[in-house]
Design a protein around this ligand. Sequence first.
Ligand code: NAD
Length: 265
Amino acid sequence: MNTDRFLAGRHALVTGSTSGIGLGIARALARRGCSLTLNGFGDADAIETHRQELEQLADAPVAHHPADMSVPDDIEAMMHESAEARGQVDILVNNAGIQHVSPVASFPPERWDAIIAINLSSAFHTTRLALPSMVTAGWGRIVNVASAHALRASPFKAAYVAAKHGIAGLTKTVALETAEHGITVNAIAPGYVETPLVTGQVEDTARARGISEEAVLRDVMLLAQPTRRLVAIDEVAELAVYLCTPASASITGTVLPVDGGWTAK
Ligand code: NAD
């Protein structure tokens, strides 16, 4: 793993980084020397422990902002405070996301609104607020954490699939608008990732069906994922880091699957 501190002096804001993929991306960026704004919900002591750990890794300031990504005024406050504290946001990672599973006819309208707000509209707000200073600096990286569901649908996930397809469209549009300004905009499209959320589901399903966790993964959850194993958080996080390297400067407007072959089918 490349641990070169090539991002020292850069500031990254990662939404939804108190857990799972967002925390993994924050850790990977911290290992490259980035200062960070974390965001997300959770136990205050646990968040403070992560903040201190990341500050040590980065050897640079790490702050946490509790903005609710479904509330545009909160997002605006976070973006302004983050830019004020660190000069500007150089790297924006739009990762916060939630899920709700239900047939479309009985999909609760308030869950639809929340998923569109958190998984899609929040990225519009952070992006529009981060871009002016990236353009002035002539450098910026926007990494949107989408999903295989940005490229494929599954039943009962209408809001999630719509939001993730929307993120793919937002990614391509902003990439075109910023291509001449040293800014790249890409989406990562993970399949099932080994986050606490998913591993909890494996344990519960194994218990409910009376089969092993390996069987749940192979025969139930990962039918769509040809590798038949969960994607590791670091496999997603290291791609986010790569998208911040000079070598990736011509990669923009893409939706990059990290899905064990799911979308090859
Ligand atoms: P997670 O539940 O572990 O983390 C979600 C993060 O978002 C947490 O930090 C949470 O506090 C934060 N969050 C939720 N609602 C928020 C709100 N209103 N305001 C601010 N923060 C909020 O989930 P994860 O699995 O790490 O998912 C992260 C992203 O990756 C999501 O966009 C998800 O759609 C995407 N993704 C996950 C998987 C997977 O298998 N886990 C696969 C593909 C895509």
